[in-house]
Each structure stands twice: as C-alpha cells, then as structure tokens.
Design a protein around this ligand. Structure first.
Ligand SMILES: C[C@H](O)[C@H](O)[C@H]1CNC2=NC(N)=NC(=O)C2=N1
Length: 113
C-alpha cells in the first residue's frame, strides 16, 4: 500500500478501541506520509504547512474542511497568516485509526501537482 492507495479510500465509521492502530502500525504508516509526525501523546498525527499569504492559507483550510465534511472526519486546525497546522486523531477511538491516515493522505493529494 502506498499513499495513493490511502488517498483513494474513504473514512468508515470507526468507534471503539478495536479500531486503534498499534504503535508498530503507526510507525510503518507514517513512513508513507511525508512530513507527518506523531504528536507527543502518541494519539494524533500532525503536520505544519506554510503558505506565502493569508488567502492561500485560507484556501487550503477551506479545501481541507470540504474534504473533512465529505468524509465526516475532522481535524484540529491551528492557523495564522501563512501557516496552518493540521492534527488528525479519531475521537471515537481515543487515538489513531485508519481514518486519520486516509485523511492525511487526502491532504497530501490536495497539494500534489
Ligand atoms: C457521528 C460522526 O460520524 C462522528 O462524530 C465523527 C465526526 N468527525 C470525527 N472526527 C474525528 N477526528 N474523530 C471522530 O471520531 C469523528 N467522529
């Protein structure tokens, strides 16, 4: 499986600990996602994105938001004039699930050219 395989999947309702990814699996999957790292608590993946100006930052946030609503899976977003940090975690699982990997891969696809 590569990043494109994940980007072409859709989020599924995943609720409960049985959907949590193991630490080994997370390490393996993070290697497919350039620039994404495990949050300090191990329960989320994060990446910082840089943009030349506010309207490009906002355009990115809107594109991510549209995708997130479509997938019914939503990131934490922190942003400023030329930067945006995305954090994916599955609240219904209390950690990381495949939904987070799929959404991070979809974000990379948004930026690919
Ligand atoms: C009912 C609805 O599908 C759930 O509340 C979804 C919505 N978006 C979500 N987003 C994230 N990041 N984690 C969730 O567990 C989650 N659950």
């Amino acid at each position: 499986m590569n990043i494109h395989d994940f980007a072409s999947q859709h989020c599924q309702p995943r609720k409960g600990k049985e959907h949590a990814l193991s630490a080994d699996k997370i390490t393996q999957l993070l290697q497919l996602l350039p620039g994404w790292t495990l949050a300090a608590d191990g329960h989320a993946i994060v990446k910082d994105f840089r943009f030349p100006d506010f309207h490009r930052t906002l355009g990115f946030i809107n594109a991510v938001g549209f995708m997130a609503n479509h997938e019914d899976h939503h990131p934490d977003i922190e942003a400023g004039y030329g930067h945006c940090q995305l954090l994916w975690s599955t609240h219904d699982v209390g950690g990381l699930s495949l939904n987070d990997i799929i959404c991070a891969a979809k974000v990379e696809a948004l930026l690919a050219r």
